[in-house]
Write a protein that binds this ligand. Structure first.
Ligand code: PEP
Ligand code: MG
Length: 747
């Protein structure tokens, strides 16, 4: 039985290929397909329903039903048996369609005469395109083999749809990829941009889903699988031996690459007439459907692995790499499932915005995007399946919204918004060389955060007074090997040069927690944010810290040097770190290198404990910088990376402000210079409040300097302070509403 059926299904596909090759208009093609399926399946009816928009299916071709109903009969997703197949992605096979739950009678089609109904989804890589239906008069249930054959044909139809076989002149369907789509995601870096889609990994196009010679296709599949296995083994060999997580992922890859079940299913598909690549894609579609249904994260991850492997296999089989010959638009907006920090840097500053399906607020790619001030939206579900290279796209990262192929009205509204932002930018540019002096005459030092050489030009363009925080770990994160001392000292020297006499505060390596170096032995920690990170690693394993300090001292060579240690939780940690700095200076002196002109050594206050350190700490440290991002997460015990809680507590919460104020007072008592360098420093309302409670130096992203300076120049800190005090005294939880009221009246 199976053997005869294999032949049948192959014959059906061979005929389908004939239709594909014909020079016919889209509708004609679709009509021919329904005709031949009905004939081959020996059923009276075959119909194809395709999505007209996200919610509506349309009868696009039929053999057996009333032809006048074509393009007239529509149903909503989930409506009737066809709508149910489309919604669930599952086959419906019944001998009694009218008696089946959900059946919807559509008089215009004349379908009541048919009892048997088989509906299979037309989908490509888990993306639902429509439903293929066969119906017959006699009350029978379709066999497994028949279902399989219809599924294979549905997959080929999906491929043809993707290739645009039914659009254009005499179109059977409107081109789905021409419709406007809105995506919602999470903002990882604010900003707005309009441009054209640039796919990081363009989709693989399968030009030949049907093949004549199964033996040859099997051989092609085997050769590709062999190549895939070799590739995975190589990846395993070169993976850092200590990195258990990476090894586990790769071992799972290897397991899948060797999976007999996977190979067998693909071979069966080939036996039914599919080409090797179409067989891979058919399996991949099934994986994606499963992926959308499982909630268990471990299982989802594994299905993701399998999906990744299928992609690799498809690229091997089709020879399609990332280079498709397409030309990058002038205003590229990068669309990807995910991207590594190194890959992002390869794009340099050309990208106008980035939209990812996955990603995390604290991921390395996010850090790089932030450093480059590129608007970034993460968790934009399914955008890689919808977007095509060159599509017009608007990204509003402030609100986490993406408009793909937007309508004119959306474009106009968006342009208005951009124009308003441009106006604001002009305003900021006009005050660039003016001091951040408040209405009451207080000067606030506005400095910028940086992490890459590429950030340095912003020092001049933003009007920042200095680099208040240079995150040195970015240089470590974007490489796949530990940088050498000479490389680092050369880089730091270039940073100091580029600052042209303005101060640069270098923060020593802040790794651990979410920032894991691919080439360092990973430690499995139950709670990484509270774990072995930053200065703790530096003190326990001082090799890297010593190397870095030496590089910094050498880079300064006769110029002032400013260094701070991250995540200091108690005085002794600072003293020990400072002693390392002294030793580095001494070593360099002995070696005969030119020492820095001056050296100041500070600590980042990122844990509440340090606020309560003894006075001797405040005396010993040359300056303190509040790392508000970490300090806030530990103050409220709310993980800064966890979407469920990270926005729960307001920075302008009375308790937090009171806590910051205590630090301000202690520093004032001991004469310790203080600055604030978390993200909140760059938010105008928060920045004004921090100034009102006594912070006199704020370090932020360069793009924030203008907005913050603008608000400060229009604020009277004394007045704002009394608004804060009144709100506090009246028992408010956050001073934000009162502050907003006040500022609205003033600005
Ligand atoms: C902070 O914690 O506020 C900070 C500036 O450091 P990072 O964001 O790099 O942890
Ligand atoms: Mg920090």
């Amino acid at each position: 039985m199976t053997e005869t059926f294999e032949t049948d299904s192959r014959q059906m596909l061979a005929r389908l290929r004939g239709v594909m090759a014909e020079d016919a208009a889209g509708q004609q093609r679709l009509d021919r397909i329904t005709e031949l399926i009905a004939e081959e399946m020996r059923t009276e009816v075959c119909s194809i329903y395709l999505f007209r928009d996200e919610e509506t299916l349309e009868l696009c071709a039929t053999e057996g039903l009333n032809r006048d109903a074509v393009h007239e009969t529509r149903m909503r997703l989930g409506e009737g048996l066809v709508g149910r197949v489309a919604r669930t992605g599952k086959v419906i096979n019944t001998a009694d369609a009218p008696g089946t739950r959900g059946f919807r009678y559509m008089p215009e089609t004349g379908e009541e005469a048919y009892c048997a109904f088989l509906g299979v989804p037309i989908q490509r890589l888990g993306e639902m395109l429509g439903v293929l239906v066969v119906q017959s008069r006699d009350a029978r249930v379709f066999s497994e083999d028949e279902i399989y054959a219809v599924e294979v044909v549905a997959m080929v139809i999906a491929e043809m749809a993707e290739l645009g076989a039914f659009v254009g002149e005499g179109a059977a369907m409107s081109a789905r990829h021409q419709q406007a789509v809105l995506f919602r995601g999470t903002c990882a870096q604010e900003g707005a941009a309009q441009g054209h889609v640039w796919l990081h990994e363009p989709r693989v196009v399968i030009a030949n889903p049907i093949a004549e010679d199964p033996q040859r296709e099997r051989e092609r599949l085997h050769a590709a699988i062999d190549e895939l296995r070799v590739g995975v083994d190589k990846m395993l060999d070169s993976a850092a031996t200590g990195d258990t997580e990476q090894r586990e992922v790769l071992q799972a890859y290897r397991m899948f690459a060797n999976s007999k079940g996977w190979l067998r299913r693909m071979e069966e598909d080939i036996g039914r007439g599919l080409s090797a690549e179409a067989a891979v894609e058919k399996e991949q579609s099934a994986t994606r459907t499963r992926m959308s249904q499982v909630t268990d994260t471990y299982l989802r991850d594994r299905l993701h692995d399998l999906d990744d492997l299928s992609n690799r296999l498809l690229r091997i089989l089709t020879g399609q790499g990332r280079e498709t010959g397409a030309e990058m638009p002038d205003d590229p907006i990068l669309i990807a499932r995910n991207i590594g920090p190194g890959e992002l840097l390869d794009y340099d500053r050309r990208l106008k915005a980035i939209v990812l399906e996955e990603g995390a607020v604290g991921s390395h790619a996010t850090i790089v995007a932030r450093a480059l001030a590129i608007p970034l939206i993460i968790h934009a579900d399914r955008i890689t399946t919808e977007a095509l290279n060159g599509d017009h796209i608007l990204v509003d990262a402030d609100h986490g919204v993406v408009h793909l192929r937007p309508d004119d009205s959306v474009v106009t509204a968006f342009r208005d918004k951009m124009a308003m932002q441009a106006q604001a930018q002009e305003r900021y540019a006009s005050i660039r060389d003016k001091p951040a002096e408040t209405r009451c005459g207080t000067r606030i030092a506005l400095t910028m955060n940086a992490g890459l050489m590429a950030d340095l030009p912003s020092l001049e363009s933003s009007g920042a007074e200095a680099v208040g925080l240079f995150r040195t770990e970015l240089q470590f994160l974007i490489r796949n090997h530990m940088p050498k001392r000479a490389e680092l000292s050369e880089l730091y020297a270039r940073v100091i040069d580029a600052a042209k006499g303005k101060k640069v505060v270098f923060r020593t390596l802040d790794i651990g927690s979410d920032k894991v170096l691919p080439y360092m032995k990973a430690v499995d920690e139950p709670n990484p944010a509270l774990g072995w990170r930053a200065v703790r690693v530096g003190l326990d394993k001082p090799g890297v810290m010593r190397m870095q300090l030496q590089a910094l001292v050498r880079a300064a060579a006769g110029r002032p040097l400013s260094v701070m240690f991250p995540f200091v939780a108690q005085r002794e940690e600072f003293s020990a770190a400072r002693a390392e700095m002294d030793k580095a200076l001494e070593r360099e002196r002995i070696l005969g290198h030119v020492l820095p002109e001056t050296v100041e050594v500070g600590a980042m206050l990122e844990t509440p404990s340090l606020a309560f350190a003894p006075d001797s700490f405040y005396d010993e440290v040359d300056f303190i910088s509040i790392g508000g991002n970490d300090l806030k997460q530990f103050f409220f015990a709310a993980d800064r990376e966890n979407e469920l809680v990270r926005r729960r507590y307001d920075t302008l919460n009375v308790s937090f402000l009171m806590f910051i104020e205590q630090i301000v007072n202690r520093c004032a008592d001991r004469g310790t210079p203080l600055s604030f360098c978390g993200e909140d420093a760059g938010r105008p309302i928060e920045a004004a409040c921090l100034a009102a409670i006594g912070i006199r130096a704020l370090s932020m992203r360069p793009a924030s300097i203008g907005p913050v300076k603008s608000i400060l120049r229009r604020t009277d800190l004394g007045e704002l302070r009394s608004v804060i005090d009144t709100a506090r005294a009246s028992g408010q939880q956050s001073v934000r509403p009162a502050v907003m009221d006040y500022l609205r009246g003033k600005l």
